[in-house]
Design a protein around this ligand. Sequence first.
Ligand code: 5GP
Ligand code: MN
Length: 514
Amino acid sequence: MSMSRDLIFLPEACHVPPGPQMTTKIIHFMVNGRVERAEFGADSTAEDIKELFRAAAEVSPHHILKLYKANGSVVNISPMLEPNSQDSYYRLEVVTSDVQSITMPSNVDNMEHRVSHLETKVLEEAGKTSEVISDLQSQVESFKRKLESIKHLSWMGIFRDENTKQISKSKGTQLNMEEEHRQVRRKFLNMSSLQVTEEVRDHLKTPIFDNWQWEEAEMLVLLQVMFTDLDFLTAFQIKKDVLQNFLFEVYCHYNNIPFHNFQHCFCVTQMMYGLIWLTDLKSKLCSMDLLIMLTSALCHDLDHPGYNNVYQINARTELALRYNDISPLENHHCAVAFGILAKEESNILKHLTTEQYKQFRAGMIKCILATDMARHNEILNKFKSILSIFDFRNKDHKEVLMKIMVKVSDISNEARPMAVAEPWLDCLLQEFFNQSDKEKLKGLPVAPFMDRDKVSKPSSQTSFIRFVLLPLFTELTRLFPCLEQHIVEPVRRALEYYSDLERATQQRETACKP
Ligand code: 5GP
Ligand code: MN
């Protein structure tokens, strides 16, 4: 590959001679020590551009690529990429490496076979006329458009069957979902044989990790890294394929809703993972306690329907009936988790002794049930009462700490950089508004903090940070002073940011009054 190679991707326009009507973008990026120039059509898809980058980096479709700006921030690989000059190039990095092909010589033969197979395919494709290819492309485009419109309809709730409860998905959605899940599984398994780079593994241990840059299959790989790097596979004799099945099942049991989705599950688990490393918890608690905490974070919102406990109780849903109005959602999340663990192929607890299983189950139930915010004060007050005499060898103390750590991780979005945290608030408000709209329609009570006519982003955050986040985070920081900079300081900055916004809004409103 030469230094000045041009990479061109003009999918729709490939049979049209370049002219003024065709808009293309030119970007420059550094990969493997070379600066490359790429040109792509305005109608290229994110997948097209990723493919182009993969070609430049000379890696397979399974490798994970990340694109960085000159200032080091990650940029989404999408058609929205801003054009740049040769002097202000992006940096393209491959964040997984194919260790198996280096350490296992037998794979070389396999790779040669794959290359020759690919070569044959390329020759076959090249023989086809451009008409056939463009026809195929338009078919694919039309199919994509149909898929998007179906996705849109399901997002708007058109496919929701009110009478067969919120928990189950209706048939139309189910079919799309199954195909999407199959694709994610395929991608996850293909990528999981790759080695995630040291840099990413380290980054994963910090609260500044940006979830928005990762696809679902990639997040599954990262979750696998967390379980592996905490030595759970050896400590509990968990086979890699069983862990993969378990993680995939967890992914499948999160719903496609604005906030309580798989991305939220990933963020909570990643924050828990970060807290474990930042506080050096490995030296203070046993592997079983850490397994309970990480798995609780992972499972804590399984099959969340997008409507909270108050709604469940007021609307007298199946969940509220089943659990007698006592933390219906949290009971359900935990029951779904043990349903997944009851299946042979996804049972990561297979090799635990009966005593260990009992300990794990009791711990998970306590940690997941502790995420019901109605119990927030009860749990925080208990933690406060033992702080001055806290002893890591005391079983009761440990138990409260584990609940607090899961709770902190659960509501930790504002501890992340503003660019990561703010979109989460939009997602949360969207879910709140969906609920309050439905409550208004059904004539049920509406909580003011969920009401689109009463709440704004700043008003929502200033009270939540003042009365919930800071009191909780500062108590945990008493036990682990090192957390001050990682979770308390960013939350104080967020409070300042939203207080300024709130003041500005109030001033504007006062000025407008006659
Ligand atoms: P979860 O439902 O995720 O298990 O429990 C956390 C609850 O805390 C959320 O449902 C939501 O009500 C609240 N919460 C979490 N993060 C935020 C936030 O950033 N702002 C506000 N206003 N509420 C939050
Ligand atoms: Mn949650």
